[in-house]
Design a protein. Structure first.
Length: 498
């Protein structure tokens, strides 16, 4: 879910909140409560008919019983099964429902970790893929989901490997949190790929694997070197943030990271990260006197807080969060079908130093299948093949690897990228020695399936668009005058303050 107070600065600067204005419009609707037979949804029907509706996010079939499945029948009976539907969960749905979704071009949001912890089961994602449903990936919410899509990727990959027989390619999994997520939101003309004219929502990730898609799947907290939202550097390694923002940043806990949540043109934009953490820490103490002083004598305050105890503020990062993994490993529900201890062992155990990446895989993207009318994707919403396995709208090419272990994800929509000549990469090793962080894997912190940018659209009118793709010689010339970022620490510090 989104922040309870959208005026907080972190809700307008750090990410994009789908419930607020983005790109000059506010045509996304949400519904999290149970869908009942008397729900009419005229605003959805009107928006669908006029073409103004971007997306409708709704929690459907979050459960394993017939009552959960029957919510889908209500969608159909009330004429609410539309192409803009973004159906979250779908745990109780089967092949028939997924075929109906595919027929209208609706999207399924897969949230495997939350589903497994709560129900011991997740969506029949293999049936959804076979039906041609457009599939995206997001962590549901904080209490039972991953801390971000970066970590939900690992749960999805583990489930795919252990339970589905590896039916998804690395490319398809990454597409679920990047270009595919932007398409589901009808934001694919603004974000989701790196191309001229697109809004600069980027994340830069270290090289830890030769395959750029596997690189993102395997990446953990220390590997995220820089995050840019609307052209503004908002999070990353302290030395990079200082180089880009001067003193306008604050320490962000472990791993030598820094964050900049202040933006004076945004609502509550003077609010600092330190003050946000202080307020959250106070709230999580559940001290009645302290909370009464801060929030006043609200109605039913005592009844709401009576059984609450001090649980402390959740650690910021997944890597090094022992409680997080203890909960997963100790959950009888989550471990009914799969050994959740594999999650830590496979992705987070970095006791051994990672090998240096000196060569990259040559990646040839899958050819997109033509639409029913003979045109190339993206297809009209009525096309039943608007599915998660046709992801030819995003291409990725690795950079040469010599300088600080970074890689490049170039998502030029509708453009196939030629295979990369790794011998050329070796010849250019010296030239790109300081180039390490200027290209990044695109990730719509979809959180875009759940996060940011409020009516501060005008305030953030300073959003930077990518006017042209980087030229290697130009970038090398600029980097010669700049610093070389230090590598991140690989071992988690002993406490959060480090």
């Amino acid at each position: 879910g989104g922040p309870s107070n959208p005026d907080d600065s972190y809700a307008t600067v750090l990410s994009r909140n789908i419930e607020d204005y983005n790109f000059g419009r506010d045509e996304i609707h949400t519904k999290v409560t149970e869908l009942t037979s008397d729900y009419v949804g005229n605003h959805i029907k009107t928006g669908n008919a006029s073409g103004e509706l971007d997306a409708w996010f709704i929690h459907i079939a979050e459960g394993v019983d017939e009552r959960s499945r029957a919510e889908f029948d209500i969608l159909v009976q009330n004429n609410l099964l539309v192409g803009e539907l973004v159906l979250i969960h779908g745990v109780a749905l089967g092949a028939q429902e997924f075929r109906q979704m595919a027929d209208v071009g609706a999207t399924l949001v897969w949230s495997p970790l939350s589903n497994l912890l709560l129900y011991g089961q997740t969506a029949d994602i293999a049936a959804a893929k076979e039906a041609g449903v457009h599939i995206t990936l997001a962590p549901d919410w904080a209490p039972s989901g991953s801390k971000s899509p970066l970590h939900e990727l690992k749960v999805a990959d583990l489930w795919d490997d252990e339970m589905l027989g590896d039916i998804f390619t690395d490319y398809e999994l990454v597409d679920m949190v990047t270009a595919g997520a932007a398409e589901a939101t009808n934001w694919d003309n603004e974000v989701g790929t790196i191309a001229p004219g697109m809004v600069a929502d980027l994340v830069v990730v270290d090289n830890i694997h030769a395959n750029p898609y596997r690189n993102l799947i395997n990446a953990i907290d220390p590997d995220v070197r820089l995050t840019i939202v609307g052209g503004l550097a908002v999070y990353g390694d302290a030395d990079m943030m200082t180089a880009l923002k001067g003193a306008d940043n604050e320490p962000a806990g472990k791993f030598g990271k820094a964050v900049d949540v202040t933006f004076l043109a945004a609502p509550e934009g003077a609010q600092t990260w330190a003050s946000i953490v202080e307020n959250l820490t106070m709230a999580m103490r559940f001290d009645v006197d302290e909370m009464t002083a801060a929030f006043g004598d609200a109605n039913d305050f005592d009844s709401v807080t009576r059984d609450m105890t001090n649980v402390g503020l959740d650690p910021w990062y997944t890597y090094g969060d022992e409680r997080y993994f203890n909960v997963l490993n100790g959950s009888g529900t989550a471990n009914v079908q799969i050994d959740m201890s594999l999650l830590y062992d496979r992705y987070y155990d970095r006791a051994e130093n990672l090998p240096a990446i000196t060569e990259f895989d040559v990646i040839e993207e899958p050819e997109p299948e033509p639409c029913a009318d003979g045109t190339m994707p993206p297809c009209a919403s009525t096309n039943p093949d608007n599915g998660g396995d046709n992801t030819g709208d995003q291409t990725t090419e690795p950079t040469n690897p010599t300088d600080g272990n970074s890689d490049t994800n170039s998502g030029n929509e509708g453009q196939n990228t030629a295979p990369i000549d790794t011998s050329q990469a070796e010849e250019e090793d010296v030239e790109s020695a300081a180039l390490m962080m200027f290209f990044g894997l695109v990730i719509v912190l979809l959180a875009a399936l759940y996060f940011v940018s409020r009516g501060g659209e005008d305030a953030l009118a300073a959003e930077v668009q990518i006017e042209k793709m980087w030229d290697e010689q130009e970038a090398a010339a600029k980097s010669a005058e700049s610093f070389v970022p230090a590598p991140p620490p690989m071992a988690p510090p002993s406490d959060e303050a480090e």
